[in-house]
Design a protein around this ligand. Structure first.
Ligand code: ME8
Length: 540
């Protein structure tokens, strides 16, 4: 069955049902504000945006959260170096993230800042609850700390005095500290991970997490006394709360945990059970070990999935300021467009694996797949409709090519599973294969050779026009989560206001029904004056 919905209108009938299966909560990491955003930040956010858009399109009630992580020593140090207060630094840099997300058409529902009042209240409240419960206790921390990673390290893990994660020097710390009892929940966490295959994705990351836990968990230091930029520990403001304990709780504060605790009937529990935390592989440990233990301590359910994506390298080297090879997403967007960047990030590499950002590849993919294959399909189809039928789509009764319909059905049959497994590269691969199939269909059927004075030939021509238009409609649907602006531009050309809501698996009847509703006989197709992807001429 297909029900027509507006592009951004939610499907009310489904969303209001008191059932968490109709909800979807997507989160990105919250980003440190010590520096402006780079391609890695764009990447996590685009992944979360794409899955959120697909889930909305499928009729779910979606909450998509992103934001900034504004406390901690790293931010305090950077602010000192710039001669400004940490809050002023955060105020200035968080705007850069918002600007980037605006340019990238990121459809977030909330941009949280850890300096937001409701977040601070939640963090202090959770700290007090766990103190009361006895899962937090006061003792002394003696060990090592990596400020760039905001991570406590054991002496044994250091590599020549440096942090094993980022390679920069670690510093020795000895101070009074509050601790969270991790060891108490170790066994329960192992069991949970082993019994919930959807909890850590991709699956190959699961063993990595399990072997870390099985080495034995030390209780986690969760407060500091040697600097001041953080949320004070309630009742002992000599201490500030460890930035990761503070940051992880953003996933609760953003969706009304406080109000829920106070007895208000909101959607907190429905959303939280469906949470998909999208993170880089560098911070998987925090999300798959410390975070679930905080939630066990709070008697809350765990998020549904933690998805760890890989890292982008630049010409096979780690991006770093000192190497001067950090890619500025704003530069790429200004030169090639947001959708070209979104497409490259999602198409080039299977999510979960590392990728190499290479400008030549970027330009090659852009020119061949976006400009030649997709752009050309849209422009030649609209040109044909102008030429052969004056811009009006004829022949509803003649039907659509059956092989093309079958391909659409094959692709959509696996769509939900592919999204749930973050197999975006595969969806794009199938979609671009389909684009080529349609281009080939037009070439092979050679409408320019048809003599339309014959009735039968006229029907043949109408079938080609209609098949091409309906195919483009489904292509627009399939690319919408990844390239929303392009999809909107195509819909404008097709002169349609909204997608139809697809219920999976799609049947041939659904397709015929939808084309009958959207593309009635004589439906006007707009002239394509808008070149979707102008070719890039390589200046080198
Ligand atoms: O870790 N390739 O913030 P952060 C791919 N505040 N992704 C990359 C990347 C790269 N080269 N570099 C960064 C923090 N990322 C914490 C998170 S969450 C409660 C707190 C992405 O500003 C990737 O998602 O260092 C990584 O996990 C995130 O940026 C780190 O951002």
């Amino acid at each position: 069955m297909i029900i027509q919905i507006g592009k951004v209108k939610k499907n009310k009938a489904m969303a209001n049902k008191d059932n968490f299966k109709n909800y979807f909560y997507a989160t990105t990491p919250i980003y440190y504000v010590n520096d402006k955003p780079h391609i890695g930040h764009a990447y996590s956010t685009v992944i979360a945006d794409s899955i959120s858009r697909f889930k909305r399109l499928s009729g779910l009630k979606v909450f998509f959260l992103t934001g900034t992580d504004e406390h901690g020593l790293k931010i305090e140090k950077e602010a000192n170096a710039r001669g400004m207060s940490p809050k002023d630094l955060a105020d200035a840099v968080h705007v850069k993230f918002k600007e980037l997300f605006g340019l990238l058409s990121i459809s977030y529902d909330r941009f949280i800042r850890t300096t937001d009042e409701d977040h601070i209240k939640t963090v202090q409240h959770v700290f007090s609850m766990l103190m009361e419960k006895g899962d937090i206790y006061l003792s002394e921390y003696e060990g090592w700390y990596c400020t760039p990673c905001e991570t406590f390290l054991t002496e044994k893990s250091l590599i020549g005095g440096n942090c094993p994660q980022c390679g920069r020097p670690a510093s020795k710390v000895k101070e009074e500290s509050y601790f969270l009892k991790l060891s108490k929940y170790e066994k329960r966490l192992v069991e949970y991970i082993e019994n919930h295959p959807e909890f850590i994705k991709p699956p190959f990351r699961k063993n990595e997490v399990l072997s870390f836990i099985k080495e034995g968990l030390n209780d986690l230091s969760i407060s500091r006394t040697s600097f001041s930029w953080g949320i004070p520990v309630p009742g002992n403001d000599k201490h500030i709360i460890y930035v990761w304990f503070d940051a992880l709780l953003n996933y609760l504060s953003a969706i009304g945990f406080e109000e829920f605790q106070e007895g208000e009937k909101n959607d907190f529990n429905l959303f939280f059970k469906t949470a998909n935390h999208i993170v880089g592989k560098d911070i998987l440990k925090f999300h798959a070990v410390y975070w679930p233990i905080m939630l066990f301590a709070l008697n809350l359910p765990l998020p549904k999935t933690i998805f760890a994506h890989g890292w982008w390298l630049m010409d096979n080297k780690k991006m770093s300021k000192s190497l001067g090879n950090v890619i500025d997403p704003v530069y790429l967007i200004n030169n090639y467009g947001a959708d070209a960047l979104r497409f490259y990030l999602l198409r080039e590499v299977t999510l979960g694996l590392d990728g190499d950002f290479n400008m030549n590849n970027f330009i090659t993919r852009y020119n061949s797949e976006l400009a030649n294959d997709l752009g050309n399909l849209v422009s030649r189809t609209t040109a044909m409709i102008q030429k052969y039928s004056g811009g009006f789509l004829p022949g509803l009764e003649v039907g659509i090519d059956e092989d093309l319909i079958k391909t659409v059905i094959d692709i959509t049959a696996n769509l939900n599973d592919r999204y749930d497994n973050y197999d975006f590269a595969r969806i794009l691969e199938d979609t671009f294969k389909f684009i080529n199939t349609v281009n080939k269909y037009i070439n092979d059927s050679a409408p320019w050779k048809i003599n339309i004075s014959e009735r039968e030939d006229k029907e043949k021509l109408y079938k080609i026009l209609r098949s091409a238009v309906i195919s483009i409609y489904y292509i627009s649907y399939l690319i919408y989560p990844f390239m929303p602006d392009t999809s909107g531009r195509i819909n404008k050309i097709l002169n349609i206001e909204a997608f139809m809501f697809l219920k999976f698996p799609v049947t041939p009847e659904d397709i015929f029904d939808s084309h009958g509703v959207l593309f009635k006989d004589g439906h006007k197709i707009n002239e394509n004056r808008d070149i979707l992807f102008p070719k890039i001429v390589n200046k080198d």
